[in-house]
Design a binder for this molecule. Structure first.
Ligand SMILES: [Zn+2]
Length: 453
């Protein structure tokens, strides 16, 4: 065979997807971030995106083992849920309609004191992962006790995850004091230091629940290990007022003073924001994680997202736990982010549909330090992607695809989900998690939590 023929023979690859549309959310400076491709295919090989190319060229260049026609469906990056407490799905609907401190102190913490265990966290996290996958989330952040159990479930489910082990001043069934939280968490960090899909970082709960010396130690460790830090910050006006009364400055000032504000730091909530806070966020390169539904449900306040974006701050999205949301549906979250962003800015042009979509994808990847790995569909990135079916009645007519995705209910339209090239949802069915077992397990926890068992 001549050299010229062999150099043009099609390359064997794992999978070719032929959707009606592709939204790559291309981030290249020369690229058009709002471009939607038609008549194109996406090639997956070895867990990575090999290429996105015109459908007519596929046969010439690639020989896929499998080819999947996705008529009426679009392909986009998998959604990234940057803040949550997965196992709290088992407390979904318990203690609704209470303000944050009362909800935490009178409902959640006493329930956790009674029920927290490896089993609780494993079962709750599996339930959360099933819900997230079915609604299009491929990567999630988690801040909860027994992070080793969450990691084990994520590994079984094949999901990408960033787990922030909690650090608190008070005792829980997982750890006794700040030192033991840190010690146990670092063990999990060590266990997963070379895992392809799971990263572990520091999760100091909040400035009011962790001591200053410990916050300072976390800053040092995070810098040394180049590990991310996630912290609830300026979630309510009361938190800020109390901090000012005790320390004479705002909570974010304390973090800056202790060296805990850097691009590795994810500030979750930030509903109470003044100009000096924005200056600190810009100067430090810290990330903001916005959880609009949780903030609305607990009446905590509203993060001024457009103002932060205008200042150049990276803003990503999280659902928070199912006990304060009450679902882990990132499509619903990005819709809420767009609507609340407009209301907060008093401007209908604020947080437009593309911006909301980016907050739930590439901005989440950047916040987690994974901007080169996931968050957009580009050759060389991981094949973390979803297909969304736009043939249902509520999608018609399709004047504007991104508008449909953001401003109408989209989670139920998710049909297929891949993480690192592995298909975890196939035609709306989970491939690795047993839904029937999950229902039985959730019902059993319902009885135990309600005290009828
Ligand atoms: Zn939270």
């Amino acid at each position: 065979m001549s050299k010229s023929v062999s150099s043009t023979s099609p390359k064997p690859v794992d999978l070719c997807l032929d959707p009606s549309w592709i939204i790559p959310l291309n981030q290249q400076p020369s690229g058009n971030r709002e471009r939607i491709l038609s008549d194109c295919s996406l090639i997956i090989n070895d867990g990575l995106i090999e290429a996105i190319l015109p459908r007519a060229e596929v046969a010439l260049r690639y020989s896929p083992k499998e080819r999947l026609a996705l008529d009426g469906q679009l392909i986009m990056p998998g959604l990234i849920n940057c803040h949550g407490h997965a196992a709290m799905t088992l407390m979904r609907g318990v203690g609704d309609d209470q303000p944050l401190q009362h909800w935490l102190e009178k409902t959640i913490w006493p329930l956790e004191a009674r029920h927290l265990s490896e089993e609780f966290v494993g079962d709750g996290s599996r339930l959360a992962m099933a819900e997230m996958l079915l609604s299009g989330t491929t990567c999630f952040a988690d801040m909860y006790f027994y992070p080793g159990s969450v990691a084990a479930e994520a590994r079984k489910a094949g999901m990408r995850a960033q787990l922030y082990f909690p650090i608190l001043q008070f005792e829980t069934p997982w750890a006794q004091d700040e030192d033991s939280y840190l010690h146990k968490g670092l063990q999990v960090w060590d266990d997963y230091r070379s895992d392809a899909l799971i990263n572990v970082g520091f999760g100091p709960h909040a400035p009011y629940s962790v001591s200053k010396p410990m916050l300072q130690r976390i800053a040092t460790y995070a810098e040394e290990l180049q590990a991310s830090v996630q912290i609830h910050l300026q979630e309510t006006a009361r938190e800020v007022e109390r901090h000012i009364a005790q320390h004479g400055c705002r909570p974010i000032d304390t973090l800056a003073e202790l060296g805990l504000l850097s691009p590795l730091t994810q500030c979750v909530h930030m509903t109470q924001v003044v100009d000096t806070d924005i200056e600190l966020l810009v100067a430090s390169g810290a990330q903001v994680i916005h959880c609009p539904q949780s903030n609305m449900k607990l009446a905590s306040g509203a993060c001024p997202t457009q103002k932060l974006l205008d200042a150049g701050i990276n803003v990503a999205l999280g659902t928070d736990g199912a006990a304060s949301n009450n679902e882990l549906n990132l499509f619903a979250e990005l819709q809420a982010a767009a609507l609340l962003g407009k209301l907060t800015a008093n401007d209908a042009a604020a947080i437009n549909a593309f911006t909301a979509l980016e907050m739930a994808t590439i901005s989440g990847a950047k916040a987690m330090g994974l901007g080169d790995v996931i968050g957009s569909l580009e050759a060389g990135k991981a094949a973390d992607l979803i297909s969304v079916d736009l043939t249902d009645i509520s999608s018609q007519p399709l004047h504007n695809i991104v508008s449909q995705l953001v401003y109408t209910q989209s989670a139920h339209r998710v049909r297929n989900v891949w993480v690192a090239g592995q298909q975890l949802v196939k035609n709306r069915q989970l491939t690795r998690i047993d839904s029937s077992e999950l229902r039985v397990t959730a019902t059993s926890w319902q009885r135990r939590i309600r005290g009828t068992h």
